[in-house]
Write a protein that binds this ligand. Structure first.
Ligand SMILES: *Cc1c(COP(=O)(O)O)cnc(C)c1O
Length: 236
């Protein structure tokens, strides 16, 4: 078994235990493999291990690796975009992904919606929320999240699947937990808002290698995992 396959098994164990603690079914937590800086052969290894969702951060890197991965992995999987997305990169990214998790402004949502309509398809999107209010983080403010989700969900060509956040970057687990609990609360508010297209926005993408147990306890339906699957990233 190669190291990625072994790490995949360890990760599955972590998710199972985290679910056990709070009485959740592990089948309700998807894994997105965060593949930034990984070469195609390592990405194929994580698909071979069992991953079915890949998360990409950069448009150029996505364009570089996606064709090679597709060519050597015939099975089903999804590419999601999880990084900061400039509007001039929308068309490049749309060629490769079924979902953009980092929608944080209406200009971007509109551009994605028009591109999807032009291609005769529906693009899955998540709204990114800055749940920790750290100034360096992307995402809409929690206070604005429900109204913004309504605006995004109203756009033809997009299907709002849920919310995404990068949790608080803090050694204090209480602070991290609070940021994830804000997200769970917002998710419920979005679905209860009655705004068209929001009732099905059930996904909650949160939790990374270092804090996925906390996110699962708070209700994550998708954890985004890089280093726990691939080892420490080396700068390319
Ligand atoms: C890299 C990345 C992750 C995974 O982080 P790890 O700590 O390596 O698990 C998750 N989400 C986003 C948006 C990322 O850029």
């Amino acid at each position: 078994m190669d190291d990625v396959a072994e790490r995949w098994q360890l990760l599955a164990g972590r998710i199972e235990r985290a679910c056990g603690v709070v009485g959740r079914d592990p089948a309700t937590v998807d894994v997105l493999a965060a593949v930034k800086t990984q070469p195609p052969d390592r990405i194929v290894a994580v698909l071979a291990a069992g991953a079915r969702i890949l998360g990409h951060n950069r448009a150029q890197e996505l364009a570089d690796v996606a064709p090679a991965v597709r060519a050597s992995w015939p099975g089903p999987f999804e590419n999601h975009f999880i990084g900061a997305l400039q509007t001039n990169k929308v068309n490049q990214v749309m060629r490769h992904v079924s979902c953009v998790q980092s929608v944080d402004r209406l200009e971007l949502a509109g551009k994605l919606a028009r591109a999807a309509m032009r291609d005769g398809r529906v693009l899955d999107v998540f709204v990114e929320v800055n749940s920790s209010a750290e100034p360096t983080k992307a995402g809409v403010r929690p206070h604005d999240a429900v109204a913004f989700c309504g605006e995004v969900a109203a756009l033809e060509g997009l299907r709002l699947r849920g919310l995404m956040t990068v949790g608080a970057n803090s050694p204090d687990q209480g602070v991290v937990r609070a940021s994830y609990e804000v997200m769970a609360q917002l998710s419920a508010e979005v679905r209860a808002s009655g705004l068209p297209g929001t009732a099905e926005a059930t996904e909650l993408s949160m939790g990374m290698s270092g804090d996925l147990e906390i996110a699962i306890a708070a209700g994550a339906t998708m954890v985004r995992v890089g280093t726990a699957l691939f080892g420490p990233r080396t700068v390319r």
